[in-house]
Design a protein around this ligand. Structure first.
Ligand code: SAM
Length: 226
């Protein structure tokens, strides 16, 4: 597992900016996802041991997952965020294997390595074809019967248009920011449950909350892609 912070050319400054210059996320990042406790209860009941905190950011869930007794792995392409996650873990005397890594590449784990993937507010900051590739990597690194928790914005989410950000739609549901904190980033907002269902080929949906600004879903890898 190569730590990409040691290689030149990892382009990841956008989220660094958002986290550390603008304070953009400070209100949400101090508390976990509202579904964290419920998801962890579910993981425990289903004998989950190894969990990937995908796009772990500044580690708000990484630390909780480690404290809750899981064997935790995580990666994010923002070096500053990963540094923060590692600091949080150290300060709490907890252990997790965290890397700087780009999820558009083949994930740095063997097939069927994880019992569960926890993907909070990540995967969708790109165009739809890449979202599909990322989900197929999630599927590859999950065991048959493994779980994916994934939350993100519905089309009703408006928060990212704050702070002077201007966006243009470059494909249905996907916008490109042309200014502000997230300049030059893509962002996909899901317009319907159906859109998500279509993307999640090879997963059985166990719970699906698609109300208001955020969808929260829990699904299970099926053995065969249907
Ligand atoms: C909205 S934040 C969520 C962070 C964390 N999961 C949480 O819930 O606090 C999205 C995260 O995805 C990461 N990210 C975006 N694109 C990525 C990519 N291509 N590879 C790895 N991480 C990426 C960002 O750096 C950022 O930390």
């Amino acid at each position: 597992m190569k730590d990409e912070s040691k290689r030149p050319g990892v382009k990841n400054k956008v989220f660094d900016r958002a986290y550390f210059i603008s304070g953009y996320y400070s209100d949400t990042l101090n508390r976990p996802s509202r579904k964290y406790a419920k998801t962890v209860d579910f993981f425990r009941k289903h004998n989950v041991i190894k969990v990937l905190d995908l796009g772990c950011g500044v580690g708000r869930h990484t630390v909780l997952l480690a404290r809750d007794g899981f064997e935790v792995y995580g990666f994010d392409y923002s070096p500053s965020a990963v540094k923060e996650t590692k600091k949080l873990l150290r300060n709490s005397s907890l252990d997790a294997k965290i890397l700087v890594y780009n999820m558009d590449k083949r994930f740095p784990y063997k097939d069927s390595f994880f019992d569960a993937v926890f993907a909070s507010r990540t995967i969708y900051q790109t165009k739809i074809d890449r979202i599909k590739k990322r989900l197929s990597e999630v599927r590859r690194v999950l065991k048959d019967g493994g779980y994916l928790y994934w939350e993100g914005p519905t089309y009703k989410a408006t928060y990212y248009s704050a702070k002077g950000e201007k966006r243009i739609e470059i494909e249905p549901g996907t916008t490109l920011s042309i200014g502000g904190v997230f300049a030059d980033t893509y962002y996909h907002r899901f317009r319907s449950k159906e859109e998500l269902r279509t993307l999640l080929t090879g997963f059985k949906i166990l719970r699906f909350d698609f109300r208001g600004r955020t969808y929260k879903l829990l699904c299970q890898k099926t053995a065969e892609v249907e």
